[in-house]
Design a protein around this ligand. Structure first.
Ligand SMILES: NC(=O)c1ccc[n+]([C@@H]2O[C@H](COP(=O)([O-])OP(=O)(O)OC[C@H]3O[C@@H](n4cnc5c(N)ncnc54)[C@H](O)[C@@H]3O)[C@@H](O)[C@H]2O)c1
Length: 265
């Protein structure tokens, strides 16, 4: 069902498109008229997202942390659709461990996907956008954890804070090319990434107590904000982070006690 023609004629490349927030973003941008390149490292998931959208979507398989993969993916999408007007970098992974227990492998895995993956993806996308000319937009998905520390989330918080600052540097450097860069910071969002946490009653309650809106976000809540930022309605918005969190970043982040009860983000 078409919601609007706000993105008619635009081509959008979305990473992390096989699940949760990335999948909802693909759906929403398509519903507003965009053609979609649905990128994920999970081939089945990328295909499922593209198939659910139909003829206006195309699955792309790539690892966002791989320079070779992302250069190839961006070239393939540009060859398939002619250009890339919108890029949304939503691929991410979580990990939960106290600092003293965090292995270098866990730290590196989170950094590779959540921060290096955004750098690698954005660089390939920006090079293409500069070469093609004309307005374009990159939206990076960070988190409330970019500004709100969470016990047990050192790698994740550090990576997301990095995404926030990287995006602002990109906005500065790319403005003269007509490329806007914005960040969306979701709060707790009901996706497979946090399924274990939401299934744990004490952890869920601890989080809900700290969300003024009284519920986790739906992936569609995040997708609506991304669609706004990707559209001409946000033509004068760049270098900003939009938190979509039901007010949670005004509150305290839930304490370690809830995570000891078996929660993991
Ligand atoms: N769910 C939340 O509560 C929440 C809150 C704040 C921010 N976020 C962020 O939103 C984004 C989407 O999260 P989600 O909740 O939809 O998670 P999800 O696990 O449902 O989906 C993540 C998708 O990213 C893909 N992916 C992971 N590593 C990849 C890689 N190296 N290359 C390509 N694809 C890869 C996975 O295959 C999966 O399809 C992430 O960046 C996450 O950190 C999520």
């Amino acid at each position: 069902m078409k919601l609007s023609n706000r993105l008619e004629g635009r081509v959008a490349l979305v990473t992390g498109a096989g699940s949760g927030i990335g999948r909802a973003i693909c759906r929403r941008l398509a519903d507003e008229g965009a053609r979609i390149a649905a990128l994920d490292r999970d081939v089945t998931a990328a295909q499922a997202t593209a198939a659910a959208i139909g003829d206006d979507a195309w699955p792309v398989v790539a690892d966002v942390a791989s320079v070779d993969d992302m250069q190839r993916a961006v070239a393939d999408v540009a060859a398939q659709f002619g250009r890339i007007d919108i890029a949304v970098n939503a691929a991410g992974v979580g990990a939960s461990a106290l600092l003293v227990d965090t292995s270098i492998d866990t730290w590196q895995r989170v950094m590779d996907v959540c921060l290096t993956g955004v750098f690698v993806s954005s660089q390939a996308q920006a090079r293409r956008m500069i070469a093609q000319g004309g307005p374009a937009v990159i939206v990076n998905i960070a988190s409330t954890n970019a500004q709100q520390p969470g016990e047990g989330l050192a790698a994740y918080c550090a990576a997301k804070a990095g995404v926030d600052m990287l995006s602002r540097v990109m906005a500065l450097e790319l403005a003269t090319h007509g490329i806007r860069v914005a960040t969306v910071g979701p709060g707790l969002t009901d996706t497979p990434m946090v399924a274990r946490l939401l299934a744990n009653p004490s952890a869920r309650d601890a989080f809900l107590d700290n969300i003024p809106a009284g519920r986790p976000a739906r992936p569609e809540d995040i997708a609506a904000a991304v669609a706004f930022l990707a559209s001409d309605d946000a033509a004068y918005v760049t270098g900003q982070t939009l938190y979509v969190d039901g007010g949670a970043s005004m509150m305290r982040y839930p304490s370690l006690a809830s995570r000891r009860a078996g929660a993991a983000v």
